[in-house]
Design a protein around this ligand. Structure first.
Ligand code: URA
Length: 432
């Protein structure tokens, strides 16, 4: 068996055998197959797809490149949530302290930014001193004592995904149903929670642009999880407009803190509460979704969720004085306010354009080794159906590099303003 034959097979739209899939995954992890051949194979998979069996074998081979975390010492119900990736999507930062404040246990492995979408680990690292690597024993101890821990993917679990994820990010091979499904499910099986909620984003800012693809991805992931005897639920949620009002690492952390302090009440808070309610119901903490929403809201309003977030940040050595006073976070050297040239109702904001723009301002990576500028990004001052007068400020661009006219134009063109309000579709499109 050799990698060139496997690449050619996929290039010719053939179905790969389990042993071929295991061969290239092990070869890559053991540094026997180089990045350029795997990049080529990933592109062939992106273009020609994989069937359900191939995706299952891929997921299995990936899981076998690491251990399955043993959570038997965690006292309580362990829950996890994973987003397929969005713009301004900081749900994890808001949702997980709410769940921990409801006495569920959150033992979570998160990822870094992927193309134009942000990653929880990069966001958490924007809190000075925050440690994203914990050894297993410390991780379990923290989950038991604090109720939550969020760590970067350790080398002990699904090593294949760690390498493939970074390679896909910079080779245009993220947007593939089998690659996304195997990436997410391998990590979720290895991290072994009792209840897992998948948040599959759909829309122009997501990897899945239409509901059929999002549905196919969600159902494929649930089927593959079932083959490993793992019960998951999935929601398909809107990602046409950015979810939060901030895009970029420390900017998103600040927004999440403000939500947890009950100071901001936009869509990001709404979706976090809705997802909390689903998890609370699935784990029998509440009997109905409405009861779950009320409980989640109560945890924000009585400050328990914020205090839980602070306890978690402190446990992972982050400087909590930044949480008490968010003005301490690093601010970019250039912050430019952008005004609307016309009046009317804000009908849409292009999440993909703003995600890409935030990357170009410094918030994302273009090569595997790029360093992120934690203070770079975008802060929006307006939301869908707001009425704007000429010259109202619609947002701010933050960057440590001089902001170009092209970037200003991209920002302005991302906003569609019309004479009428639009009918807003619900954030949650389907629960599976
Ligand atoms: N999130 C992941 O963990 N993997 C992907 O491939 C896409 C989003």
């Amino acid at each position: 068996m050799n990698i060139i034959d496997i690449i050619n097979k996929k290039k010719n739209k053939d179905i790969l055998l389990e042993e071929e899939i295991t061969f290239f995954i092990n070869g890559y992890v053991n540094n026997e197959i180089p990045d350029y051949q795997i990049s080529s194979l990933l592109m062939a998979i992106l273009l020609n797809g994989m069937n359900e069996d191939e995706t299952y074998y891929l997921t299995k081979a990936m899981i076998n490149t690491g251990a399955i975390i043993d959570l038997s010492d965690v006292d309580g119900i362990v829950v996890d949530k994973h987003s397929s990736g969005g713009v301004g999507d900081s749900v994890t930062l808001v949702l997980t302290p709410i769940l921990a404040a409801c006495h569920l246990k959150v033992a979570k492995m998160s990822g870094r930014g992927l193309t134009h979408t942000g990653g929880t680990i990069d966001k958490l690292e924007s809190i000075p001193n925050f440690k994203v690597m914990l050894d297993n024993k410390t991780f379990i101890k923290q989950v038991n004592e604090v109720g939550m821990a969020i760590i970067a993917q350790s080398d002990e679990l699904v090593l294949a995904d760690k390498k493939l994820y970074a390679l896909r990010d910079v080779t245009g091979t993220v947007q593939s149903i089998p690659l996304i499904a195997s990436s997410i499910i391998s990590k979720k099986i290895a991290s072994n929670a009792d209840m897992i909620l998948l948040d599959i984003k759909v829309g122009q800012g997501a990897f899945m642009n239409n509901e059929e693809d999002a549905y196919e991805l969600a159902t494929l992931m649930i089927k593959i999880a079932q083959k490993f005897n793992k019960k998951m639920r999935a929601v398909i949620t809107a990602m046409d407009n950015p979810l939060g009002r901030s895009i970029g690492n420390n900017l998103e952390v600040i927004e999440a803190i403000n939500i947890l302090k009950n100071k901001e009440k936009h869509e990001l808070r709404e979706l976090s509460i809705d997802l909390a309610a689903i998890i609370l119901k699935e784990t029998n903490i509440v009997k109905t979704i409405d009861e779950g929403k009320l409980l989640a809201l109560e945890k924000i309003e009585n400050n328990e969720a914020f205090l839980k977030f602070k306890e978690f940040v402190n446990a992972q050595q982050g400087d909590t004085t930044y949480l008490d006073d968010v003005s301490k976070f690093a601010r970019a050297a250039h912050v430019i306010a952008i005004k609307t040239p016309i009046k009317g109702y804000l009908n849409s904001i292009d999440a993909l354009v703003l995600g890409q723009l935030a990357c170009s301002l410094g918030a994302g990576r273009y090569t595997k080794d790029d360093l992120i500028d934690y203070s770079a990004g975008i802060v929006l001052k307006v939301g869908i159906n707001d009425y704007l007068n000429e010259n109202d400020i619609i947002g701010y661009l933050h960057s440590n590099k001089p902001i170009t006219n092209e970037q200003l134009m991209l920002f302005n063109n991302a906003f569609k303003i019309g004479a009428f309000m639009i009918n807003k579709a619900p954030l949650i499109r389907v629960v599976i």
